[in-house]
Design a protein around this ligand. Structure first.
Ligand code: NAP
Length: 350
């Protein structure tokens, strides 16, 4: 059965990726597109500043964009689930309005830390989906909200999950984050050409807090955050797509570098076992070259859904250090949302 999809924030950087990745999807069909009142009433092709290399799907361009309220979306077409790619500052009440009726899978930050909202990475914490039942009972909703983490957090948490078996204690991460992570038009060209900006608003806090929730234990009523210490420094760099992160970890055990690489390589999760349509065969690809991963060459690995790790080596200060790369608008955003929805379909939640 094909599920019909509405996208909130459909004209933005993440909204466009949703449309690109859902084109021809075996389980989902885009029926309703919603954005701000600047776009509402226009055909998608006129409302949207399409910024992807592939062409906008012909029939999507003909859809009339509507406002991001339940009444307008309901009037525009049939909907079984909603992807939200709204700005975090606006998403809170809008997503709640939709969750009363529909499953909402959100890319925005508004509900990520709510006690009854899963912060889901399908390979890492699929058991957190059990929170949905608690959420529905508590809030009296027919639908629900499930959140995807922040883009830089997703790739970090995937890389940390296999290290939990060695007793993960402390993590220091320095990010080099792509321009598309700031949405469109994002950072002014005169601010970023020939430059690195050593600050991204609220990003360090998101990495530090979200990662502990994702790697935490769900005890049947709430998540107990993972007992790890994280310290993040976030930088915006002059790269279009693909966040690169330098990660240093302290482990209780003292595995050698080859054991750590093996743990990364053999890591698989529910999406791989269930053979979900968007699941990469290898969630983590380990490269041996001294100068990889690089955003330009590695961001599209596994159709943008694999993270690429390289330069795994001993850390004289902690235990192990490595570089980790992920495509921020695919694995970090729209691809993550679609994989979450696929897992929910496979588990009978949608
Ligand atoms: N970019 C990334 O790599 C990334 C990764 C992970 C998570 N996220 C999160 O995903 C969300 C979307 O990010 P983005 O990069 O796609 O941002 P964006 O390019 O700025 O797009 C924002 C979208 O929201 C709509 N919008 C803006 N103001 C609105 C309003 N008042 N009412 C209704 N809709 C409104 C815009 O519609 P109009 O075109 O009509 O203005 C547009 O469709 C954010 O919460 C962001 O933090 C982004």
């Amino acid at each position: 059965m094909t599920r019909k999809v509405a996208i909130l924030g459909a004209t933005g950087t993440v909204g466009q990726r949703f449309i690109q990745l859902l084109n021809g999807h075996p389980w989902f069909e885009v029926t309703v597109l919603a954005a701000s009142e600047r776009s509402a009433g226009k055909k998608y092709r006129d409302a949207c500043n399409w910024r992807l290399e592939s062409e906008m799907p012909e029939e999507i361009g003909e859809i009339t964009v509507v406002n991001t309220d339940l009444k307008s979306v309901d009037a525009a077409g049939d909907v079984d689930l909603v992807f939200s790619a709204l700005p975090g500052s606006l998403a809170g009440p809008i997503e709640e309005e939709f969750a009363a009726k529909y499953p909402v899978i959100s890319k925005a930050s508004a509900h990520r830390l709510d006690e009854d909202v899963p912060l889901l990475i399908p390979e890492v914490n699929p058991e957190h989906l059990d929170m949905i039942q608690i959420q529905r009972e508590r809030r009296g909703w027919e639908g629900f909200i499930s959140n995807d983490p922040n883009c830089s957090t997703i790739q970090l948490a995937i890389s940390l999950k296999p290290l939990m078996e060695f007793g993960l204690r402390r993590v220091i991460v320095t990010t080099m984050q792509a321009l598309s992570g700031a949405g469109y038009p994002g950072v002014a060209s005169l601010d970023i050409i020939d430059n690195v900006i050593p600050y991204i608003s609220k990003e360090e806090e998101k990495l530090e807090v979200e990662t502990k929730k994702i790697l935490g234990t769900f005890d049947g009523s709430k998540v107990k955050p993972a007992p790890i210490v994280l310290s993040a420094s976030c930088n915006r760099v002059n790269v279009k797509d693909g966040h690169l992160e330098a990660v240093h970890v302290e482990l209780e055990e003292n595995p050698d570098v080859e054991e750590v690489k093996e743990a990364f390589r053999k890591f698989r999760g529910a999406p791989q076992k269930l053979k979900l349509p968007s699941a990469p065969e290898e969630p983590i690809i380990v490269r041996e070259e001294v100068d990889r991963p690089q955003p330009r060459y590695d961001r599209d690995a596994g159709n943008g859904m694999s993270i690429v790790i390289g330069r795994v080596r001993r850390d004289p200060a902690l235990t192990i250090k490595y570089l980790c790369l992920g495509h921020n608008t695919i694995r970090g955003a729209a691809g993550a949302g679609i994989l979450s929805a696929e897992l929910m379909v496979a588990k009978g939640i949608i």
